[in-house]
Design a protein. Structure first.
Length: 88
């Protein structure tokens, strides 16, 4: 796991960005984090930037661009899951 000092700038940038869709936020996080981008770092920046609850962030970490399989979240599922936090 990376130190918060390496991830917090990405969380702050996400918070200030004009991305409002969950898929757009995820892809922006990937750009900001570069090689540090993973399901765990994505969870962290979601919780820091948008105050996403831990369980929802864990679910978001199942986004299909991280993992395949029957439990993977589609883009539409990710949008629905994160809508309560991203619409604030």
């Amino acid at each position: 796991m990376y130190a918060p000092s390496l991830l917090d700038p990405a969380a702050e940038s996400l918070k200030l960005a004009d991305s409002r869709g969950a898929t757009q936020v995820a892809r922006e996080a990937r750009t900001l984090l570069g090689e540090r981008f993973s399901s765990v770092t994505f969870m962290y920046v979601l919780m820091r930037a948008f105050e996403v609850e831990y369980t929802a962030a864990c679910d978001a970490a199942r986004w299909h661009e991280f993992h395949g399989g029957p439990r993977a979240l589609s883009d539409a599922d990710l949008e629905t899951l994160l809508a309560p936090w991203l619409s604030r």
